[in-house]
Write a protein that binds this ligand. Structure first.
Ligand code: HEM
Length: 542
């Protein structure tokens, strides 16, 4: 196909400054010294040893030795594309966020689609959640909507994230299985964590084997806040809906594709864009008030729940078109750093305990992954909005700052930056009603009562599936559980399924050749803990 017309995407501009065209130029060292011979090292005679003096060889090999950076701790496998977001409806009454300032306004975006569990070189068409991360380069700073293709999550509290990821990743002693949830540790964790019931139904459904990144929905998952120019807040859920519709692979197709073409989704995205069939998604929102949310049987701060469309219909507010492939996979797709804490005026968080933990995690992990605190200077991460502050130094600093003043307030510098006041980002002044004027403790490790219903929405999801789709869920569970060695874990999963659908539980039990176990208790089963010594002191005595 023909290449997408350069220049149609406004994001061509900022990255253009960093493009390197070496056509017809002499090879140089990294110090810019022209290299006479790029074929031979410097040796003592044709058959003698290589000389330490050969700085050209040493520089070339040293650089090569350090080419790899750590892969992402999750979502390591991914594919990216550039494009734009266009606002199609006036929602300035709801939010002052820059991308929605005016109908017709276009904001450059970079999107990365990913799998969660597999390593950087793993196959695309595995059964897994897909990441759907969008970086909006707005004129008031970068806004990252770091979503997934499934609208809910495994856990309710960030405290559990390292556990769920350890459970799904290859087992630590033999590093099996790669890129798959079909093993004891994953199902052990799931069957002891009933809050995962809803997510697991989605994960065992056809949604977890998308046909293409072009036919996949995206969800912000958490409830966020819109803030308007008057400072008024509205709760909001974000949805990306593909124009081509939502389509999945059949399991048998996926298994074959993974062997024949592990790059199936990456290739599909690349070729569609090269051929001018630009992937397009609608941005749809659900907005509601705190008072509405208080009436519902679930908590909108609980990431294991959706807000059903019967309660709040979707409203289309924009479209996103992906019209340009990256030039350099490492420089763009690999080095891009999405962070949930990247918000702009007009967008704010809620107290979802999963989101609050994520807001810490991304910047923290990227300091290791991208080698220090200055990765915002990497071209793909650099905002189009200008950056001015007194943050200094650190590995890979690129700025040349002038003068002696790097603090505020000061009286010594003429042109130093000042806080923006009302024009800047200020966190929504939330009033926490519940605990005021009561004797209840306000600093505690706990969750609200409404977080405890783990099965209603799992049942609704299963019931919403057609008979063929329900059969696919049963088939997926059979495949997964036949790979679980521990009989007690199999039994606990089937016991969990009894709380979702008796027919599904009976089918899976029959397929596994086991008797139907008693249903799992509806709430989290207390994990049997043996008597433990708290901080046993090392005995220094003889
Ligand atoms: C990537 C942490 C939940 C979506 C990552 C990364 C970390 C992380 C450390 C790697 C980032 C990097 O190296 O650049 C967490 C934690 C979570 C959590 C602590 C819960 C407490 C979620 C949820 C979603 C999500 C609920 C979806 C709504 C993503 C996506 C990426 C990602 C899409 C890949 C971004 C990319 O393409 O570079 N997460 N995550 N995560 N996470 Fe999460």
């Amino acid at each position: 196909g023909s290449k997408a017309t350069p220049g149609t995407n406004p994001n061509n501009g900022p990255l253009q400054r960093h493009r390197i065209d070496s056509g017809g130029r002499a090879i140089t060292t990294n110090q810019g010294v022209p290299v006479a011979d790029n074929q031979h090292s410097l040796r003592l005679g044709e058959r003698g040893p290589t000389l330490l003096e050969d700085f050209i060889l040493r520089e070339k090999i040293t650089h090569f030795d350090h080419e790899r950076i750590p892969e992402r701790v999750v979502h390591a496998r991914g594919s990216g594309a550039h494009g734009y977001f266009e606002c199609t409806e006036d929602i300035t009454a709801l939010t002052k966020a820059a991308p929605f300032a005016k109908v017709g306004k276009r904001t450059p975006v970079f999107v990365r689609f990913s799998t969660v569990a597999g390593e950087r070189g793993s196959a695309d068409a595995v059964r897994d959640v897909r990441g759907f991360a969008v970086k909006f380069y707005t004129d008031e700073g970068n806004w990252d909507l770091v979503g997934n293709n499934i609208p809910v999550f495994f856990i309710q509290d960030a405290m559990k994230f390292p556990d769920v990821v350890h459970a799904v990743k290859p087992e630590p002693h033999h590093q099996m299985p790669q890129a798959s949830s079909a093993h004891d540790t994953f199902w052990d964790f799931i069957s002891l964590s009933p809050e995962s019931a809803h997510m697991v139904m989605w994960q065992m459904s056809d949604r977890a084997i998308p046909r293409s990144y072009r036919t996949m929905q995206g969800f912000g998952v958490h409830t966020f806040r819109f803030i308007n120019a008057e400072g008024a807040a509205t709760l909001v859920k974000f949805h990306w809906t593909p124009l081509l519709g939502t389509h999945s692979l059949d399991w048998d197709e996926a298994v074959k594709i993974n062997g024949a073409d592990p790059d199936f989704h990456r290739r599909d995205l690349w070729e569609a864009i090269e051929g001018g069939a630009f992937p397009e998604y609608l941005l749809q929102i659900q907005t509601f008030t705190e008072e509405q949310a208080a009436q519902w049987s679930f908590d909108v701060l609980d990431a294991t729940k959706i807000v059903p469309e019967e309660l709040v219909p979707l409203r289309t507010v924009g479209r996103m078109v992906l019209d340009r492939n990256p030039d350099y996979f490492f420089g763009e797709t690999e080095q891009v750093a999405f962070c949930t804490q990247h918000v702009v005026p007009g967008i704010d968080f809620t107290n979802d305990p999963l989101l609050q933990g994520r807001n810490f995690s991304y910047l923290d992990t990227q300091i290791t992954r991208l080698g220090g605190p200055n990765f915002h200077l990497i071209p793909i991460n650099a905002p189009v909005a200008e950056v001015h502050n007194n943050q200094r130094d650190g590995f890979h600093q690129h700025g040349i700052f002038r003068g002696r003043v790097n603090y505020e307030p000061n009286s010594l510098a003429g042109g130093c930056p000042f806080q923006a006041g009302a024009r800047g980002f200020s966190s929504f002044a939330e009033r926490l009603l519940a605990q005021q004027a009561t004797a209840e403790p306000t600093k505690l490790r706990a969750k609200p009562e409404k977080f405890a219903d783990h099965y209603t929405q799992a049942r609704l999801f299963y019931a919403s599936q057609t008979p063929v789709e329900q059969y696919h869920i049963a088939r997926a569970l059979r495949f997964e559980l036949t790979r679980v060695q521990t009989q007690a874990v199999r039994a606990r999963v089937v016991a969990m399924l009894r709380n979702i659908d008796e027919g599904l539980a009976a089918t899976v039990a029959r397929d596994l050749g086991m008797a139907l176990p008693e249903p799992l208790p509806m709430a989290r089963a207390p994990v049997e803990a043996p008597e433990v010594a708290v901080s046993p002191a090392l005995s220094l005595a003889a």
